[in-house]
Design a protein around this ligand. Sequence first.
Ligand SMILES: Nc1ncnc2c1ncn2[C@@H]1O[C@H](COP(=O)(O)OP(=O)(O)OP(=O)(O)O)[C@@H](O)[C@H]1O
Length: 260
Amino acid sequence: MTSLTLSDVHIAIGGTPIVTGVDLRVPSGRRAGIIGPNGSGKSTLLRAVYRHLPIARGSITVGDEDLWRLTPRRAARLVAAMPQETKSDFDVTAWEMAAAGRTPHKRPFAPDTAEDTAIVTDALTRAGVAHLARRHFATLSGGEKQRVLFARALAQQAPVLVLDEPTNHLDVRHQFELLDLITEAGTTVVAALHDLNLAAAYCDDLYVLSGGRVVAHGPPADVLTPPLVGEVFGVDAHVTAAPGSDAPHLILRPRSGTGR
Ligand SMILES: Nc1ncnc2c1ncn2[C@@H]1O[C@H](COP(=O)(O)OP(=O)(O)OP(=O)(O)O)[C@@H](O)[C@H]1O
C-alpha cells in the first residue's frame, strides 16, 4: 500500500489558474473525499493525479515517487483512475475496456496471459458486470459503463485509486455496492463526490474545494458543519448521526430567506 501526497499543487488551463496551492495527503489505505460546488476544480485536480493534465507548480508523490517524473507505464502501475467521461465512440467491448487495465503490466501488443484473463474476469465479476463482457461498451447504460470503468481500474491493480464522481450514474443499491467494494479493496483512494452523505459515510477525510483552493479539510464530522456547508454550498444544513455509524448525516434545505 502507498500514500498519496499533493504539495502546493497549482494547475492552469489556457493560462487561467484553476487550482491554486492545494496540499492533500492520503495515508496508505485511507480514503479522501473531495467535495465542492460545480466548477470548484475537483475534476481538474484529479486529472493531474492521473496525469491527464500537467501541474504548473508543486508536486504529486505516490509513496516516495514523484508521479510527474515517472514513465507513463510506471505511473499507471501506481495510479488507476475511474474518470467521469471516457471516449466511447470507438468499437470496444466491455471486456476489452476492462482488459485495458492490464496494459501497464504487459509489453506492447503482448497478448493476454491466463493470469490477465483471470484478473479481468474477477474485476468484471466484482463490479457486477461480467454478464455484459461481450456487449459493446458504447451501447451500455451510464451506470453499466461506470461499473465497467471501475472493473478496468480494479484490473489495473494499482495501489492508488482516483475516482471522479464514481456514483453519479448509479442507482442507490449500486452506489453502496461500489463504495463497499472500494472500501474492501483497501487501496488508497481519492474521490470527488457530490453526495455529501456518501462522502461522510465512506471517507476518512474530506477536502473542501472552493474556487480552486482547499478551504477546509479533516474528518467528515469536523468539516461538514452547518456554517461551512452554508458558506461553500449556499444551502442550510442540519447535522444528525447516520444510523449505525459515527458519520454525520446532513439534511439539506434551500437557504432560508431565499424566498423558496
Ligand atoms: N479545458 C478547459 N478550458 C477552460 N476552462 C476549463 C477547462 N476545464 C475546466 N475548466 C474550468 O475550470 C473550472 C473547474 O472545473 P472542474 O471540472 O475541475 O470543476 P468541478 O469542481 O469538477 O466541477 P463539477 O462539480 O461541475 O464537475 C471550471 O470553471 C471549468 O469551467
